[in-house]
Design a protein around this ligand. Structure first.
Ligand code: PGA
Length: 250
């Protein structure tokens, strides 16, 4: 059974294992979709959310969880990869979620990694989020260095959607997804921390001992751009769903 605790403004749900993290995360999203079928979801890529997406697909198939009126914005995309590249985040989202539920694909957005004018395209992403009425529920992972989306250490709390350089550590962490590790892009387009903090509700998932340090600093450390996830301490409605291994420092 998951154990809940309140740490400052952040609600922490500590689960037995990553399967329970996936279940808890999916239940929270499913309930939000049922309460507000026209929900604007903020979605994330990476290894962590895959189990939760599998659960949502199962709920769509077995319990008629209906995404037909939902829309979404993803956090980030590699710069230079088009949506049909098998390591692009657009491709990841199609494969791991969108192709298996009844969401209208034209209402799913991922930042454009191939935009001619990146500044304009970043500004437009922010405008599109605003025009959609803002993000109702934002899913996040956390990097082992405390990044959220691709907001690496040093990112300001008021940062907006922009092009960023990835740290060596992040490039290394992500190399496991690429056949040839030297192919990992070094730049990305990411929502800013300011963008993320405007979501009405935030749900962060973290599993495994390699996330324990980042989780501890995010929840208990001082709020600083050295640990981008620490800015979540200012958010009024943020829940961390983590497994026991990621919770060892709390
Ligand atoms: P991961 O990435 O889920 O693949 O560990 C999380 C992140 O870097 O935000």
């Amino acid at each position: 059974m998951a154990e809940q605790k309140q740490m400052g403004k952040i609600k922490v749900i500590v689960c037995q294992d990553k399967q329970e993290v996936a279940r808890e995360g999916a239940n929270i999203f499913a309930q939000a979709v049922r309460e507000n079928p026209a929900i604007v979801m903020g979605l994330a890529t990476g290894g962590t959310p895959v189990g939760m997406y599998k659960k949502l697909i199962q709920m769509h198939k077995e319990e008629a969880l209906d995404f037909s009126r939902a829309s979404s914005f993803n956090l980030d995309e590699y710069l230079g990869l088009s949506g049909d590249h098998d390591q692009s985040y657009r491709y990841f989202m199609d494969e791991n979620l969108f192709n298996h539920i009844n969401i209208d694909k034209s209402k799913t957005r991922v930042p454009d990694g191939k935009a001619q004018d990146t500044q304009m395209s970043c500004r437009k992403y922010e405008e599109d989020i605003r025009a959609a009425g803002g993000i109702d529920m934002q899913l996040l992972g956390i990097g082992s260095n405390g990044h959220i989306a691709f907001n690496e250490p040093g990112s300001g709390g008021d940062s907006r959607t922009r092009v960023v350089d990835l740290t060596e550590g992040t490039v290394r962490d992500n190399a496991r997804f690429f056949e040839d590790g030297s192919q990992v892009p070094r730049k990305a387009v990411t929502m800013g921390i300011g963008t993320i903090l405007e979501a009405k509700k935030i749900v962060l998932l973290a599993t495994g001992s390699n996330k324990a340090d980042a989780v501890t600093k995010a929840i208990k450390g001082s709020v600083s751009s050295a640990v981008p996830a620490s800015f979540l301490q200012h958010h009024p409605d943020c829940t961390f769903i983590i497994d026991r291994e990621a919770a060892t420092g709390l």
